[in-house]
Design a protein around this ligand. Sequence first.
Ligand SMILES: [Zn+2]
Length: 353
Amino acid sequence: MKTPSVTVKQAFKDCQDSQKYTLIDIRNATERQDGTPKNSIAIAADNLLHYAKDTFTKNHIYYIICQKGVSSLAAVNLLIANGMTNAINVDKGFKHWQECQLPVAQATVSAHDLRYSRHHQLHGFGKEAQDKLTNAHVLLIGAGGLGSSSALYLAAAGIGTMTIIDDDVVQLSNLQRQIIHTTDSIDSLKVDSAKQRMQAINPEITIQTVEERLDANNAESLIAHADVIIDGTDNLKTRYLVNDLCIKHQKPLVYAAVYQFEAQISVFDMRLKSSPCLRCLFPYTEGFEPANCSTEGVLGVVPGFAGILQATETIKIITQVGQTLQNKLLINNLLDNSYRTIKYKKDKSCQLH
Ligand SMILES: [Zn+2]
């Protein structure tokens, strides 16, 4: 069946009568920067069906306009398939509206929508996923190499609340990889330096800082109050503590470790009963402490890379978009660009769960 359509001129003429006709602009915030058809209302394409079900009335006609007439055609077909036969496509879209020199109004796009417009546009992500990020609370343990890159991207992505815990001050030898800090921030607390940078990127988000080393006294309440925990530490004792509390409070934990040219990343989503934990993957061995950056050195980009993957996993956990590294350990060697994924399961002999 041919999709019912009208020309832009007809749409403009009809929509003078708002009692009978409504013109709906489904373009995204970026497209709307050039203006919007006069007398139109803006509804994001992803929300159109939901909006239509709530508000469309029978004896009213709804014209749907997009940039070139392609998205609006699909949108109208979807509405019709859902029984809304009073939806009509505006042929050739806003581009043609402009060519015909029909009146254009200044679009009111909020700073929030403009900031996240590339997420809003992203198919399978959209405003819905962005809203989940806005409502999320992430705990970042450590503002070092891993924390630097994950914090910057998560701030930019608009995680509504972030708590960062670290008791260290910035040192000159950190700056080769801990890119959230600057030369000017040497001798300042890492949490203060990180907060300043993140807030400069995104003043919309709330950043809470804790100038302490994570230990058994402060960890529990911090973990209990967060939606996702990012492990950005470099010692096994703290990692086990975080792991054990994430099991207790059933929180997703995003793990990463770096060694020279290699990065390892995994997710332990303790909301799932079947989830393995850090102890299942790396059982406790008396006296064992893995090598760390200060003794063995590390290529500066390696923790940056691992931190970006931690940020990515965190975003996927919060938005429920895609598949995380749950039950998988991803090992990247950046020296020869080899990538391996090792699958693992909950260890039945693990004492913790
Ligand atoms: Zn376990």
